[in-house]
Design a protein around this ligand. Sequence first.
Ligand code: NAD
Length: 250
Amino acid sequence: MMRKLEGKIALVTGGNSGIGLATAKQFVAEGAYVYITGRRQAELDAAVEAIGKNITGVQSDVSNLADLDCLFTIIKQEQGHLDVVFANAGIGEIAPLGSITEEHFDKIFNTNVKGLLFTVQKALPLLPEGASIMLNASISSIVGTPAFSVYSATKAAVRSFARNWILDLKERKIRVNAVSPGVVPTPGYDHFGLNNEQLQEFVDSQASAIPLGRVGNPDEIAKAVVFLASNDSSFVNGIELFVDGGMAQI
Ligand code: NAD
């Protein structure tokens, strides 16, 4: 049977951990050649080793435009084009209104908004007609969470980018969709500043608020991203695909 991404060239930013790593694995299993990025070389090397074939790791910070230029120069030299972009790199940290610092604001917006925007913009010259771009947003784009307003605002911005960019890319027939995961424990949760017990309490409390009665796992998000990347979603454009067990739908 033909695999869903046979022969495609794909990029997953933040592909060395969590949702990005799970997606990179599924992209390769579906026949793609995948570039992953991350900031730390050791974690990047470990991810490349775990995936094993049809994978290249490029150390690159999405908030650093020179790093992005290097990344796309490498992909251009090695492949000449790029069919699939999963702009996934992102961070979330907790800060209630009253305690939000300029540093917190800049860090979260520079990664989740500026980094994502310039990832996509700098990828454009490599994208052929019919390419697919997925933006990793979050259910936070539409729901409120205590102490998470800056992160949530970045994800509302990401969702908005998808709506607007399908118009800017209309002539090129490039699709742009947002995927919005719900609660999916990953190494990213280490940034919340909770100990193991507190983290488990948080996850349990979240699970009880999810209609499916459990949190998700990175593979479940990756399957949705494969759908959006592939021709299976050829008429799906500009949507926000919630993969949240129903959490944001009630
Ligand atoms: P994670 O920490 O496991 O993975 C994040 C990845 O992004 C890592 O590879 C990290 O190195 C990379 N990254 C962070 N800042 C970067 C930068 N400046 N440049 C390059 N890479 C950078 O976390 P995750 O949960 O897999 O998160 C992936 C995406 O999913 C994020 O955008 C996050 O907001 C989104 N998301 C996660 C959840 C969840 O519950 N896990 C829910 C909704 C949305």
